[in-house]
Design a protein around this ligand. Structure first.
Ligand code: FAD
Length: 400
């Protein structure tokens, strides 16, 4: 097989990239190791920044999102049994976010790709990326050109391409093609994770609620007007099955409790899982003709709702750079890819880390640190500059 851009992974990054390239008249092949049903059902992100919404619309992938997505103009912070609403449009000059699940974004992009785009192979696992060598400029690729070895329908095959984009998430293979001596990894893991449930009950609040509590963090989110998504901070290594549904609801109730008698509605739990928390950045995001995008290059704790949005930023940057190269012959933007993406990535890393440390309780937190956490929340509730900083970070850092 031969194509211009070999894309490994059909998560939001790989699927959107294939769409953007198709729209620019550049052909690609997407290899995805899992089957279609698995990709369309994997519960993950749910908050789209304004910039992501704009990109999906411009790519022709926003019609169902505009019909079914829920525009949110704010979030609520809870601490000390108090409530504070952060009003995004008022603080950011009109920006908001969209609640539209990652599963739905992927379904829309898969349907478009299969109807109009290039090949998208499910159950096609990339085994190795070869021939991308040359850290200096895209001209430095190995003489045979980039190749992706993959397994599909029981046999091995090779995809030959001009460029490879590794959109294969944190556990993928693309990153391993970059020599260790050229790589710097920045990493932090946290001593807690999120126990997440999906429940068939209307959300108890019409906006997301981020609660800081002495027993740990809790988040109320939603997937639709009739499906709630809720999370509890739990110790690292917790098994979701250790918690009965009733224990989860009881604990959520405690952590969301307010002085004004707000009530949490319960319903049947349809899914339950634990997500570990990690901050991770792989530098550089490019090596020769191999480019990394999305979770393949960076992970943020989900507190800031940034992961999917960063993935979108990366592939927009790559698609623009490659289009520029095809139109002008200049590899200037491709050569700047890693630095361009990393500037935005580090702002999102900072924001996600700040949100996480603002709201979660570490097992060894001292009373002094507890008070500082509350003081930071009071500052956001009381000072417009601090509140604006949160609103700007949450609604998203602009693409360069
Ligand atoms: C519980 C949870 C909540 C989250 N909430 C949010 C949120 O609210 N907002 C937000 O923006 N982000 C959120 N995120 C993060 C977000 O889901 C990820 O950042 C996003 O999925 C990244 O997209 P991606 O395409 O880079 O990677 P992925 O979605 O991981 O996709 C990678 C794809 O590559 C495939 N693959 C892997 N290896 C191979 C191989 N060798 N060959 C072929 N295919 C391969 C995988 O099967 C997968 O389909 C959340 C994540 C979790 C876990």
């Amino acid at each position: 097989m031969r194509t211009t851009v070999g894309i490994i992974g059909a998560g939001p990054a790989g699927l959107l990239l294939a769409r953007l390239l198709h729209n620019a008249g550049i052909d690609s092949v997407v290899l995805e190791s899992r089957d279609r049903e698995y990709v369309e059902r994997r519960q993950r992100a749910g908050i789209l920044e304004q910039g992501t919404v704009d990109v999906l619309r411009a790519a022709g992938a926003g019609a169902r999102m505009d019909r079914e997505g829920l525009r949110h103009d704010g979030i609520e912070l809870r601490y000390d049994r108090k409530r504070h609403r952060v009003d995004f449009p008022a603080l950011t000059g009109g920006r908001s976010v969209m609640v539209y699940a990652q599963t739905e974004v992927c379904k829309d992009l898969i349907a478009l790709q299969l109807a109009e785009g290039g090949p998208l192979l499910f159950e096609a696992e990339a085994l190795a990326v070869q021939g991308v060598e040359g850290a200096e400029g895209v001209e430095g690729a190995g003489s045979g050109g980039p190749r992706v070895r993959f397994r599909h329908e029981g046999r091995e095959d090779v995809l030959e391409c001009e460029y490879v984009v590794g959109c294969d998430g944190f556990w993928g293979v693309a990153r391993t093609a970059i020599p260790a001596e050229l790589t710097r990894v920045f990493e932090r893991s946290y001593p807690f994770g999120w126990l997440g449930i999906l429940a068939d009950v209307a959300p108890s609040h019409d906006e997301l609620v981020y609660a800081r509590h002495d027993r740990g963090f809790a988040l109320l989110s939603m997937r639709s007007p009739s499906v709630s998504r809720l999370y509890l901070q739990v110790p690292d290594g917790t098994d979701a099955e250790e918690w009965s549904d009733e224990e989860i609801w009881d604990e959520l109730e405690r952590r969301f409790e307010t002085a004004d008698g707000w009530k949490l509605d319960r319903g049947p739990v349809t899914q339950k899982s634990v997500t570990p928390m990690r901050s991770y950045v792989h530098e550089p995001m490019r090596y020769g003709r191999l480019f990394l995008a999305g979770d393949a290059a960076h992970i943020v704790p989900p507190t800031g709702a940034k992961g999917l949005n960063l993935a979108v930023g990366d592939v927009v940057t790559f698609a623009r750079a490659l289009t520029y190269e095809k139109e002008t012959g200049s590899a200037e933007l491709l050569d700047a890819y890693s630095e361009t993406c990393l500037r935005r990535v580090w702002q999102a890393e900072r924001f996600s880390y700040d949100m996480t440390t603002l709201l979660h309780r570490t097992p060894d937190a001292t009373p002094f640190e507890d008070r500082l956490q509350l003081a930071r929340l009071e500052r956001i509730a009381g000072a417009r500059s601090a509140e604006t900083d949160l609103a700007e970070g949450y609604t998203g850092f602009p693409l360069e």
